[in-house]
Design a protein around this ligand. Structure first.
Ligand code: UDX
Length: 472
């Protein structure tokens, strides 16, 4: 990249600053992107909050990464919250506000500072949940590229909020039938139902309506990013939806699944976990027969009620199958009692999920359909049983169940009988066989898309060329 100095053009080495929103699902994904970019030979600064950086240092292979990546450095800034703040999704508003107000000056200082012998930042790659970070960089003359962790389908649904309002589909009409088709989201006609719209659409209160408008505005704010938008998806997975997104965002880079792309270009996959991983889960899996275990996880932010937890528990036990269940602290709100011990059910607090999904003993994944988990399951070729809870998860599970047909979408149902039925269907008999075949074929295709000449790899290469040219 070049800058002009008193009429004379001089070459400046490209230097990308990557700034994720400080929650687990965001940090992990942007670290994968950062690894891939740095591997392409670009200087890269990964900006963490102090709080998350301490966790990452403790639980992940960050030092390992640093030693392999001489052009990669971590910098951290305060998030402005007191030490004892839980910093979970529940505190999203507080966390976002604190970053926007109290962290902003620290962030700008990093942008201005070219100390340590590093070249000035030539481009920022910021989480789309923080439009302020995009604007602050661009005000300083540094072009921004926005990154969103969610599916293309979810982004597109958010961008279609004005159409949904115009078609009187939002707010949901009174006595709405949630199985009605939604025809005003172009590209998703034929399979999108009211119940598949992102979870935020379900809030009917005034506060809920306000929230969805904020979500829509934040998404539309990304249009101001001079460098375009990066999505953790691919032409292969969401081609028709991407062509609609590109009608608004011509510069859309579909470079996912990022964990597969990153592993393919770097030949290693470093963990970005902020929590300690319990490796006893792998030892337990080692002792189980092939494809005999249902792996269960609801991701890093979802919460279950005690009633939901118990229905799942009984459904699992009644199905007769083996389960590896991630019971993250805080998953079951307000319930600390340990569930009864059953040999066939192994409970752990946090696992190395990609490794679990690759394990020969895993037969299917009962998931909340967070986008990272969905992509990790697709790459591993593991059929899913989907039980989405919030945000993008409802629309993701529709892709799994109806578009790619690599899983069973349980959406909105959680009785023990329904859990038992869904698990049996995904593990036994003809349906399970068909799902396994479809998931295996999908894994091959997705694998190809990140290799040389694949659609995601080509877009990633374009991204690197464009980042290098930004500012010239
Ligand atoms: C949320 C949203 O649900 C998701 O759609 C959005 O893209 C990011 O924010 P989360 O609910 O945590 O994320 O789900 P998900 O996107 O699936 O991310 C969870 C991550 O945690 C995955 O990368 C998964 O591998 C990891 N994980 C989960 C572990 O490493 N260990 C575990 O035990 C469970």
């Amino acid at each position: 990249c070049m800058i002009e100095l008193t009429g004379e053009k001089i070459m400046v080495e490209p230097h990308v600053l990557v700034f994720p929103f400080p929650l687990q699902g965001h940090v992990t994904t942007m670290l994968r992107l950062a690894d891939a970019i740095s591997n392409a030979g670009l200087r890269l600064t990964f900006l963490n909050t102090d709080y998350n950086h301490a966790l990452l240092d403790r639980f992940s292979a960050s030092h390992h990464r640093l030693s392999r990546r001489p052009r990669f450095r971590f910098i951290s800034i305060p998030d402005g919250l007191p030490e004892d703040n839980p910093r979970t999704m529940r505190n999203f508003v507080e966390l976002e506000e604190s970053l926007r107000t109290r962290s902003l000056e620290f962030y700008k200082k990093v942008l201005r500072d070219d100390g340590d012998g590093w070249p000035p930042v030539s481009c920022v790659l910021v989480d789309g949940l923080m439009p302020f970070a995009m604007d602050a960089a661009q005000e300083l003359g540094i072009p921004a590229i926005v990154f969103r962790t969610i599916s293309g389908a979810c982004i597109w649904a958010y961008l279609c909020i004005p159409r949904l309002v115009e078609a009187a589909e939002f707010p949901f009409p009174e006595k709405a039938d949630w199985d009605d088709p939604i025809n005003c989201v172009p590209g998703m006609e034929g399979y999108l139902r009211r119940r598949d719209l992102p979870g935020f659409f379900r809030h009917t209160s005034a506060a809920g309506e306000k929230l969805i408008r904020i979500v829509g505005d934040v998404t539309a704010d990304s249009l101001r990013a001079r460098g375009g938008i990066i999505l953790n998806t691919s032409e292969h997975l969401e081609g028709p939806i991407l062509s609609h997104i590109r009608s608004l965002f011509p510069l859309t880079y579909a470079v996912g699944p990022l964990h597969a792309l990153s592993a393919s270009v770097t030949s290693f996959s470093a963990s970005g976990s902020l929590w300690a991983e319990d490796r006893s889960a792998i030892l337990w899996l080692d002792a189980q027969p092939d494809r005999s275990v249902v792996y269960v996880s609801f991701g890093s932010i979802a919460e279950l009620s005690t009633a939901q937890f118990l229905e799942f528990w009984h459904g699992f036990v009644d199905s007769g199958h083996r389960f590896l269940w991630v019971l993250r602290p805080g998953l079951v709100a307000g319930w600390e009692r340990a569930p009864p011990e059953v040999d066939r059910v192994k409970m752990v607090s946090w696992v190395p999920q990609e490794e679990v999904l690759r394990h020969r003993a895993v037969g299917c994944f009962l998931t909340h359909c967070g986008w990272n988990s969905t992509l990790e399951s697709l790459v591993a070729g593991i059929p899913m049983v989907c039980w989405p809870l919030l945000a993008d998860q409802q629309i993701n599970s529709r892709l799994v169940g109806e578009v790619w047909r690599v899983g069973i979408d349980m959406k909105d149902i959680y009785s023990r009988e329904a859990v038992e039925r869904a698990v049996k269907a995904a593990m036994e008999g003809e349906t399970a066989e068909a799902l396994r075949r479809a998931a295996a074929e999908m894994a091959v295709e997705v694998g190809r898309s990140v290799e040389d000449g694949g659609c995601a790899r080509l877009e990633f290469e374009k991204l690197i060329r464009d980042i290098s040219a930004l500012g010239s």
